[in-house]
Design a protein around this ligand. Structure first.
Ligand code: ATP
Ligand code: MG
Length: 741
């Protein structure tokens, strides 16, 4: 078989890594140097020239999106579908293992995955049961404590409190939470990893089986593995010494979630026979972008130190836009995206990256208004939207009556007269008798002392679920969703919620049906291609998919959409055109991080990740004032902007449609540290006609007036005009048909 195409377009160092004899390797290299490429090509190479069975390969990466693209890359190299190869995220693979070996893992067969929101609810319930005041013991802090312990591989019995009240209380919470999860057959994300690790430790025979099977381990984004992930890998690798890891210490951005950058250093010690291979040529970005990234990351101490160079020319300069506020920032980005399209490019080549999910809404609105298709990864994820979670909870109950988190969510949604007090009673009954809430609810109905009204209401709910179950016995996933949405009363409920909100929720429900329609367990499930896996119903597959994927995106990945995501979820990806929005102190670097040097360095690495996503063009934008999370903030430009060498960047100011006369009476408020801000721009023009502050104009309906203010640019440009007796009005320049006097 001709395998030369696998080695084509690899440089010497890459080729060496791809074709190296079995053994352990650390590929340590900067962004865009072809690490992921090496990983996929090595898999293809091994399958094709060394006759390694795809069955014996396990490849791990960080996000579902990255896993999917890795799979696709390998398939296209091999020109055949990948059967039996385990390619996925740590969570996905752990989940798959636990599903297959639920008995050995001491789990019920239909265990359910708790996502972050579910976990918080369960912890809140635990706090209430322990009669702990949430003001003193915030649920989020408890969640954080529990997950941090699990990430370190620690169960409550492994932890000493040394008489410290904080630790002691959190240990009590951890213990009670474990019991609650045990009772409900619930597994949170951190638990997936911990259980999978314990599965190895407690079942030597099983471990042996998988050690023999997975003789080839490959790990992408190694710098972001945490203690438990690394431990899991090490145990699996055993003494086979055949693991290839690729990573970049400068891109370690999950320290806050327990990732250990030290794992990179430890690897060479833990695998003493391993070799380190460095890749130094960057193939992704223009010279200017690469220099900016290098200049920025220079500010961090204790780097492993890597050289990165490119033989592409410098390309375009980076652009810096200082916006008046977040709306202006969004408008500017939209206008650049339009230009990009007008130059014959496609939407999906453009990515807007931001530090915080809260930034996305304004950007989204600007896209919607301009009818630019976009897709958001992460954030207000599709499967996390409230109405979607309600439907999923119904589906979950249909599949498993003992799913307590689901029961709690929908027992009175939409409202059906089951008050908090009744729910509390059911909860306590469940706890006292160590049964699920469903069963406790049944007992409540059978109890002669219960009030008739309460009985009726609860009974109505139980019957509703049973009815839905009956009605859907032979239904496919799509009809199942339709029936649930209809019978549960959710549809009516949102139809009554008037206005855009209710409308949006209804649309989301429609979208869920679409998701069900396009759901393909072969492709979307994390483990269904496995013959030795336990067969699950398609509903369970879908629910697992929803919980795990937590909708890393909506819509179809192949659609031509502008890509929007947080910097964290952009890891490993690349786009010809990149916007880094919200380059402001307090937002990025994040407010909480600036006091701690370690966290500030992590923020800087995050910025390095952002910059190095760009292939051709990079825009940095910031807003002088920003309304975010309901508060108005005034921020300075991010220090990271100032850390980029000045000669690589041009400041974009006024649009072509804006003119700026030298004199303006607004200048006092308009001068900022970086010059005149757009709010103080004193004029706008449309179709070549200038409108300046103070200028006299005529409008066909309102008559004569004086220009008071101006905002936006291009088609979005608006002017405020005082029309005397008609009052002052904001008018869209593009439509107002104003005449200058
Ligand atoms: P990151 O650190 O961001 O994860 P990476 O090191 O994994 O980056 P890749 O994504 O594998 O880098 O590669 C970056 C880009 O460079 C890709 O578009 C890839 O196809 C291209 N590339 C890598 N090596 C070569 C090569 N030898 N010839 C041509 N293109 C290459
Ligand atoms: Mg990569």
């Amino acid at each position: 078989m001709d395998v030369s195409h696998i080695l084509e377009s690899l440089n010497d160092a890459q080729r060496e890594a791809v074709t190296a004899a079995p053994g352990s390797y650390l590929i340590l290299a900067g962004a865009g140097s072809g690490k992921t490429r090496v990983l996929t090509h090595r898999i293809a190479w091994q399958v094709q020239t060394e006759n390694i069975s795809p069955h014996s390969i396990l490849a791990v990466t960080f996000t579902n999106k990255a896993a999917a693209s890795m799979k696709a890359r390998i398939e296209s190299l091999l020109d055949m579908p990948l059967r039996g190869m385990w390619v996925g995220t740590f969570h996905g693979l752990a989940h798959r293992l636990l599903r297959t070996h639920w008995q050995d893992a001491k789990l019920p067969q239909n265990f359910q995955i708790l996502d972050a929101d579910d976990q918080l609810r369960v912890v809140k319930r635990v706090l209430a049961n322990l009669q702990l005041d949430e003001k003193k013991w915030p649920a989020r802090q408890a969640v954080w404590f529990i997950n941090a312990q699990k990430d370190e591989g620690l169960r409550p019995q492994h932890i000493e409190d040394y008489g410290d009240l904080y630790t002691k209380t959190h240990l009590d919470i951890y213990r009670a939470y474990e019991e609650a999860c045990e009772r409900g057959g619930m597994v949170d994300f951190a638990e997936l990893l911990l259980r999978a690790h314990e599965l190895w430790l407690n079942n030597p025979a099983l471990l042996k089986h998988y050690q023999r099977r997975f003789s080839h381990l490959l790990v992408d984004e190694f710098q972001d593995t945490n203690a438990i992930q690394y431990a899991w890998l090490r145990v699996l690798a055993g003494d086979q010494d055949n693991m290839l890891v690729v990573g970049d210490d400068d891109q370690s951005i999950y320290g806050w979630r327990g990732a250990k950058i030290e794992n990179i250093q430890k690897f060479s010690t833990d695998f003493p026979n391993s070799r380190t291979i460095r890749l130094e040529q960057n193939y992704r970005s223009t010279g200017a972008i690469l220099k900016a990234a290098n200049g920025l990351i220079d500010g961090n101490a204790d780097r492993l130190g890597k050289e990165l160079w490119t033989d592409q020319g410098d390309g375009d300069l980076l652009n810096l836009y200082s916006a008046f506020n977040e709306v202006d920032e969004a408008r500017y980005i939209v206008s650049r995206v339009k230009d990009w399209l007008a130059q014959g490019n496609s939407y999906k080549e453009a990515a807007i990256l931001y530090r915080s999910n809260a930034q996305s809404r304004v950007l989204e609105e600007a896209m919607l208004r301009s009818q630019i298709p976009y897709r958001i990864y992460g954030g207000q994820r599709f499967f996390e939207r409230m109405e979607i979670r309600h439907v999923l909870a119904y589906l979950r109950l249909v599949s498993n009556r003992d799913a307590d988190a689901a029961f709690e969510r929908v027992v009175n949604t939409p409202t059906r007269g089951i008050g908090d007090r009744t729910v509390n009673e059911i909860r306590q009954q469940a706890r006292a008798n160590n049964i699920s809430m469903w069963r406790a609810a049944k007992q409540l109905i059978e109890n002669p002392n219960s009030k008739g009204r309460v009985k009726n209401a609860v009974n109505g709910f139980l019957e509703l679920i049973a009815d839905i179950d009956d009605a859907t016995t032979d239904a496919d996933l799509v009809s199942l969703c339709e029936i649930v949405i209809d019978k549960s009363g959710l549809k009516d409920y949102y139809e009554k919620e008037r206005g855009e909100r209710g409308q949006a929720r209804l649309e989301n429900l429609e979208e869920l049906i679409t998701a069900a329609r396009t759901f393909d367990p072969e492709e979307d499930s994390v483990f269904s291609d496995e013959a030795d896996g336990v067969p699950l119903t398609i509903l369970d597959e879908f629910l697992n998919h929803a919980a795990l994927e937590a909708g890393e995106g909506q819509g179809n990945a192949n659609d031509d959409c502008v890509q929007m995501m947080t910097l964290h979820s952009a890891k490993g990806l690349e786009f010809p055109l990149v916007f880094l929005a919200g380059m402001e102190e307090g937002l990025f670097p994040h407010g909480r991080s600036v006091e701690e040097p370690g966290r500030l360095e992590e923020e800087r690495r995050l910025c390095y990740v952002g910059i190095t996503r760009a292939m051709k063009q990079l825009y940095l934008t910031y807003a002088e004032s920003r309304r975010i999370n309901g508060a108005e903030t005034y921020n300075r430009v991010s220090r990271f902007v100032n850390e980029i060498p000045k000669d690589l960047m041009q400041e974009v100011r006024a649009q072509t449609s804006v003119t700026r006369p030298a004199q303006t009476s607004f200048s006092t408020s308009g001068i900022s540290s970086r010059g005149i801000r757009p709010s103080a721009m004193t004029g706008a023009s449309v179709d070549g006609t200038d409108f300046k502050l103070g200028q006299q104009v005529v409008h066909s309906k309102f008559g004569e007036g004086v220009v008071l203010n101006y905002e936006g640019d291009g088609k979005q440009a608006r002017v405020q005009v005082n029309f005397g007796s008609e009052g002052s009005k904001w008018l869209m320049l593009a439509y107002a048909n104003l005449q200058a006097l």
